[in-house]
Design a protein around this ligand. Sequence first.
Ligand code: SAH
Length: 218
Amino acid sequence: MAYKFVDNYRERGARKKLVEHLKGRGIEDQKVLEAIGKVPRHFFFDETFWNQAYRDIAFPIGDGQTISQPYTVAYQSELLHVKKGDKVLEIGTGSGYQTCILLELGAEVYTIERQESLYQRTIQVLPYMGYKAKFFLGDGSKGIAEHAPYDKIIVTAGAPFVPEIMLKQLKVGGIFVIPVGDEKSQKMVTIIRVGENDFDRIELDTFRFVPLVGDQAW
Ligand code: SAH
């Protein structure tokens, strides 16, 4: 892939329209909308596909993986209620687009990807764009115990069940967002750790993610 990091009026205009579109689809969190309005999503695309970068669709980024649909990124980000300085664990770095959104929201981001080629790409591209996260390569289905606890945990791949081990890495009062289901579709699940051994679980809309593959996954 040939990357080019230029933010032209055409791309800026398309990004504004995407923000309006997401408002229309029900995204209300002003900070999330502002973050979407700031992150140059076309930087994650080969220039040939820049005309696709601000459509509300998922897109292949190589190695059989996809950059998540903007609506899905906004939806998950809204559920996390990120506050400035929150320590957030992201499972499934992928393109790194969601990572950038979390950073724009003021989070300190720990992000893990199991595919080396994607990991290698993001550790170069994100710092170049000015985004500083802590990148890890490996199976994130077990979370990252060494850096726990986290204020928030977001899983950006479809899981067959909620990995118990990850719940233990959440602070009391913390929020966990994970799509859970079968290979075809998943329900967005939000879990709030209300006490040491007390979790509130809410099931929301249906999505279709690439599978979470690993020890505590498919
Ligand atoms: N947040 C990404 C979405 C990428 S798709 C974005 O904004 O573009 C989900 C990603 O999860 C894929 O890159 C996939 O390789 C990765 N993944 C799947 N199982 C994983 C696991 N067990 N640990 C870490 N990453 C995983």
